[in-house]
Ligand binder design. Structure first.
Ligand SMILES: [Zn+2]
Length: 68
C-alpha cells in the first residue's frame, strides 16, 4: 500500500452533503458499510472535502488492466 496523494475528485452538480462530509460512500452512497478514506473532492477551485468509499469503487491500479 502506497500513500501517494491522489488528485481530488471533481465535484459537479449537486452532491449529497452526506457524501461531502464523509458520512456516505462517495460512489454509491452506502452508509451501512465500512467506509474508508477515499481521497478528496473539490468543487472548482474552491472548498475541498475528505471523502470515503465503501470499497465499491476500485481505484486505478498499475497492475491488472481490466476495467469491467
Ligand atoms: Zn460504495
Amino acid at each position: 500500500m502506497s500513500s501517494r496523494t491522489e488528485p481530488p475528485v471533481r465535484v459537479q452538480g449537486s452532491v449529497s452533503i452526506a457524501r461531502l462530509h464523509g458520512r456516505a460512500c462517495w460512489y454509491c452512497g452506502a452508509v451501512s458499510r465500512t467506509l474508508r478514506p477515499a481521497g478528496r473532492a473539490q468543487r472548482g477551485a474552491g472548498r475541498m472535502w475528505n471523502i470515503v468509499s465503501c470499497g465499491c469503487h476500485k481505484a486505478p491500479t498499475q497492475t491488472g488492466g481490466s476495467d469491467s
